[in-house]
Design a protein around this ligand. Structure first.
Ligand code: AMP
Length: 137
């Protein structure tokens, strides 16, 4: 399958759609999930156009996971998270809904996750969580 450069995350990367950002550098963007499965649900995406983890060049995967760890530490410190679920869905069969590779960090327990991509969160609350994560980076 060819990469669709009109997917939501590609449009966020180009600044065509808004995002509540917590971290950005030349290779990676981290921003809040607007339909969080728990408070503080954050997404980390490499800027490389790749659909799934399987399509992502190894060096981009290696760099992105370093940023995933950096954001996880900020979630722990900034939000006082006791546990964090790292989730990565590759392929529609796995439940992937946005065809640009991304990692979910969800401060929760695997036993308590809300439904996936189901309910819009409260924007003001999400923005406040983002500020706490940013201040802990
Ligand atoms: P996946 O199903 O693994 O592809 O995850 C896509 C995630 O993106 C879901 O958790 C959605 O809630 C989230 N999402 C969809 N649209 C947006 C958006 N515009 N900004 C932030 N998160 C989004």
């Amino acid at each position: 399958m060819a990469y669709d450069d009109q997917n939501i995350f590609a449009r966020i990367l180009r600044g065509e759609l808004p995002a509540i950002k917590v971290y950005e550098d030349d290779k990676v963007l981290a921003f809040m999930d607007i339909m969080p499965q728990a408070e503080g649900h954050t997404l980390i995406i490499p800027k490389t156009p790749a659909i799934t983890l399987l399509d992502l060049p190894g060096e981009d995967a290696a760099y992105t996971i370093q940023i995933v760890q950096k954001i996880a530490k900020a979630i722990e410190k900034g939000l006082g998270a006791k546990g964090i679920v790292l989730m990565q869905l590759s392929g529609a069969s796995a439940g992937q809904t946005v065809p640009h590779v991304h990692f979910h960090l969800i401060p929760s327990s695997v036993h308590e996750l809300g439904k996936h991509a189901a309910t819009m969160g409260d924007t003001d609350k999400i923005k406040a969580q983002a500020e706490k994560i940013k201040s802990a980076l």
